[in-house]
Each structure stands twice: as C-alpha cells, then as structure tokens.
Design a protein around this ligand. Structure first.
Ligand SMILES: Cc1cc2nc3c(=O)[nH]c(=O)nc-3n(C[C@H](O)[C@H](O)[C@H](O)COP(=O)(O)OP(=O)(O)OC[C@H]3O[C@@H](n4cnc5c(N)ncnc54)[C@H](O)[C@@H]3O)c2cc1C
Length: 383
C-alpha cells in the first residue's frame, strides 16, 4: 500500500498554504519540515524592540492579490492601509532632503494586521486544528535528499537537525507525495534527488534567483510617531544614502506589540555590507541613521531603537549569484511546475515557480497548486 503522507518542505507562505489546503480541503496527513527554528520564511514581522516590524514582505495590492486575499479571509487575517497622509521627502544629494507638499506615495498598498508573518502562522494553526494528529510541524529540520523508492510507490525524504540541539542527526520519512516549497535555487544547491530531476527543471531551478534575497530592511523604532505630528507621511525616497525608500511601519498602532517605526530598504552594495555584519554593517547603519535624522526633524530625540535584517545573511534564503540583477532568470518557467517529477510524487512550490512570481500572491498560488496536485496524487481514485 502506498503511504498516504504528504511531506511539505518549507514553512514559508507557500508551504503553509499548501499544508493548510491539504489539511482542510484534501483531508491529507501532512508533515511540514522547516529548516529554520521559526515559520514564515521571507515573512518576518519582528526584529526586536518589542515592535511588529515587517522586515520581509510588507505590502499587498488587493486588486491584484486575489488568491492572497481569499486565504487571508479564510483564516481571519485582516489588512490595514499603508499610512501615507502628509508630506513625502526626497533626498537627491547626501544630507539635503526636500520636503514636498502633502501627496500620496502609495497607490492601493495595504499591510497585514499583526505583521505579514501572522498569515503563515495562522495557516499552520488552522491546519493543525483541522487535522489534529494527522498534522505535524517539525522546525530546525533541513531536507537534504528526496528519493523515489519501492519501485516508484513512495518517496523517501531525508532530513537532518540544524540549529541547536541534536545537530546533524539524520532521519528519514516515507511519503506518498512531497511538496518542495523552498526557493528553487537554494533547493538545487542543497537537496539531491534520486533519480535526478529532468534537465529543463534542474536548469530552471538553478536559474531562478531567490526573490529579494539580496536586499535588507532597516528599522527605526520611536517613542512616538513624531513625523506624523510634524505633517510628514514618513514616506521618503533617496538616491543619496543607503535607504532608497522609507515608509511608516506603524499600521498596527494601538494593537498588541505595535510601536511607531520608520522602515527603509537598503539594496546593492549597502545591503551586502549589512549582510557582512560587524563594522561593515555598523557603518551602513550610521549612514542610514544620519539619513533619518536629516529627513525627519525630531528623529534624534524620539528614535529609541534600530534594527535590520539582511536577507543575504540568511542561510535558508540566500543564494550564490547576482540575484535580482541577473540577466535572464527563469522565474515561472513551466518546467518548475511539471506534474511529472519523480513520477508525479514530487511537486515544486514557492513564489519563484509561478507565472505571478516574486510576491506573496505567487507563494499562495503555488501552495494551492501544489496541494491540488498532491491531493489528487493520493486520492483513493488518483493515479
Ligand atoms: C525584503 C523583502 C521584501 C518583500 N516585499 C514584499 C512585498 O511587499 N509584498 C509581497 O507580496 N512580497 C514581498 N516579498 C516577497 C515575499 O516575501 C515572498 O514572495 C514570499 O514570502 C515567498 O514565500 P515562499 O514560501 O515561496 O518562500 P520562503 O518564504 O523563502 O519560504 C521557504 C521556506 O523554506 C525553508 N527552507 C529552505 N530550505 C529548506 C530545506 N532544505 N529544508 C527545509 N526547509 C527549508 C526556509 O527556511 C523558508 O522558511 C519581499 C521579500 C523580501 C525578502
């Protein structure tokens, strides 16, 4: 008899969506294996200072993010508008910011209440409560090998403990189907497949840089939204310092763990220096702080904490290569969505695999697609 278990590799938004859909709509037994000691992947809504800071994804565009909106609604995650009332700032030369009359920087962007990471957490909670003993999440478990066994009747998934505790210990589990919901290039570098994946799929995986893995976000937490009081929206753009774009991260003010904060994007060499850490990162942080002080009068008095997250330093996100600047990435390549991998017992998810690649919408769509495939594969009447 073939095993009825579906193993989901990765508890980011795509894996959490797949697990939720399998548990609630396909009645599958599900085991989620996550390498980090937390869920959410590129959705991370903390960072210290007791604040809800979106240091990974931040925005949803409701007119476009239809699948994301439906999933949010299903598990009760609300959205809030991105604050954008007041004067924006532009910095065209170092230390010379210019304040503009009140105008909007954002169009329809909204934020997930409680931070973007609330969504995968809620999806996994809902999966657990729907499936009971048929659902399990194991964190700090990195998958290293996926092999077709028993004459094609099952897949054997090998994983090892990482992080803390029994590090290096290997374990194996037999599944009827495996959903790999991790960045394709990272998977191509870290996971071996037996038999090898078809060349077009392996090539497309290696040619899909991990979306935004070469960026960083820097946050400045304040004791009050001092910029609002002075008529600023908190939105800024700059060609002169490490923070290229800055915005008001205080959408949850009044809610639990919400503190006023300005957050900004660092990219290119500045993001790479932040990922290097130590003195290199401290130098970028000093320049970023000087930008905030110059752009928003009162920052020197009100900013209490600063923090950053450089995704290039994250073992379970980063990749080799030029990232978003690569000339011909294979995002959304049809070979990434092949239904025939390992005889149909393996399906790839992850935002990079979708036509609508890159954003949370792609992650959700890929998770739903993968769950549909795995559910069909294991259905009593299925292939
Ligand atoms: C700085 C930044 C800003 C962004 N801004 C936005 C935005 O405003 N709006 C938007 O819609 N999108 C945005 N995005 C993109 C969005 O975050 C991603 O599309 C989405 O989170 C991807 O989800 P995923 O599940 O496909 O991948 P991930 O979130 O990368 O999840 C993959 C999971 O797999 C795990 N994993 C990796 N390898 C293994 C292994 N071998 N074994 C077990 N587990 C493994 C990882 O730890 C991770 O938890 C942004 C991303 C970044 C980094």
């Amino acid at each position: 008899m073939k095993p009825s278990l579906v193993v989901v590799v990765g508890a980011g938004l795509s894996g959490a969506t797949a697990a939720w859909s399998l548990a609630t709509q396909h009645s599958s037994r599900v085991l989620v294996l996550e390498a980090r000691d937390r869920v959410g992947g590129r959705l991370y809504s903390s960072g210290g200072a007791g604040a809800v800071l979106d240091l990974g994804a931040a925005w949803t565009w409701p007119s476009h993010d239809v699948a994301l909106g439906q999933v949010c609604k299903a598990v009760g995650v609300a959205t809030r508008p991105q604050f954008d009332d007041g004067s924006p700032v532009a910095e065209l030369a170092p230390g010379q910011p210019r304040r503009f009359p009140p105008s909007r920087t954002f169009s329809e962007e909204r934020r997930l209440a409680g931070g973007a990471a609330a969504l995968p957490a809620r999806l996994l909670e809902a999966a657990a409560s729907a499936a009971g003993d048929s659902f399990e999440l194991r964190t700090s478990c990195a998958v290293s090998r996926i092999a077709l066994v028993d004459g094609g009747a099952a897949v054997e998934v090998t994983y090892r403990r990482v992080g803390e505790g029994d590090v290096g210990a290997e374990a194996r589990v037999l599944a009827g189907c495996v959903v790999v919901a991790a960045p394709p290039r990272l998977v191509a570098a870290q996971v071996t497949f037996s038999p090898e994946l078809p060349a077009p799929t392996a090539r497309a995986m290696a040619r899909s840089p991990t979306w935004m893995a070469d960026t960083a976000k820097v946050a400045f937490v304040a004791d009050a939204p001092f910029w609002r009081a002075a008529g600023y929206s908190g939105s800024a753009s700059s060609y002169a310092g490490p923070l290229r774009q800055v915005w008001d991260n205080s959408q949850d003010l009044g809610g639990e763990g919400a503190r006023p904060a300005l957050v900004g994007f660092a990219m290119g060499d500045d993001a790479a220096e932040l990922a290097r850490g130590g003195d290199a990162a401290r130098a970028v942080l000093r320049r970023a702080r000087a930008q905030i002080d110059a752009m928003f009068p009162g920052a020197d008095e009100h900013v209490t904490d600063e923090t950053f997250l450089a995704w290039g330093a994250e073992e379970w996100t980063r990749h080799e290569g030029a990232g978003m600047r690569e000339p011909a990435p294979s995002f959304g390549h049809p070979a990434l969505r092949s239904p025939d991998l390992l005889g149909g017992r393996l399906v790839l998810a992850g935002t990079e695999t979708e036509d609508e690649h890159g954003h949370m919408e792609g992650a959700v769509r890929s998770g739903l697609r993968a769950a549909e495939h795995a559910g069909r594969q294991l259905a009593p009447t299925g292939a």
